[in-house]
Design a protein around this ligand. Sequence first.
Ligand code: FNR
Length: 187
Amino acid sequence: TTYKVGYFVGSLSSTSINRVLAKALIRLAPEDLEFTEIAIGNLPLYSPDYDQDFPPEATALKDAIRAVDAVLFVTPEYNRSIPGALKNAIDWASRPWGQNSFDHIPAGVIGASIGPIGTAVGQQSLRAVLSFCNARQMTAPEAYIHYTPEVFRADGDVTKDSTREFLRQFMSEYRDHVVRVLTVLPR
Ligand code: FNR
């Protein structure tokens, strides 16, 4: 069996360090995980006015989440919370009322920062949102990544052994979490 993972990169930056982290995670993940990015950059700003008639970008977002077994959020911290673009995407996916795309979905949270706190505060903010959305989050291990260009190469190669093994272990635990949630009750 393979498990389909839809991953969100919380940054719209063309030079995003979180996109580099996502590449590294995919390289280090167990072979039975299959990754597709779920894009957030083309979504209009959510308004309840759209609930009766979602625009195609938002329908595509909900379809993309429906097509995967699990989601993974790889996001920067913006002002001690999550970037507005990511919150906007989550708001879209959670609506219309009664059709929340994240209901019971296995989920993981990770992020990289240029600062030493490594998105810890932003991840707590994201976890609060995902809790309300009823996602089944992996709560441990946590991963707060302090990004340096010496350790993370642009292609996702991780040059430091301890960091590489930590991320490999994180993805192994994430895989087990996904399997556990889906085994209890498939989506
Ligand atoms: C930041 N940055 C940042 N870093 C952090 O550790 N905590 C924070 O609260 C913030 N706040 C913040 C707000 C805004 C608007 C920006 C643009 C940046 C710095 C951030 O870690 C850095 O820009 C990363 O490179 C962002 O990740 P991406 O976009 O490169 O993936």
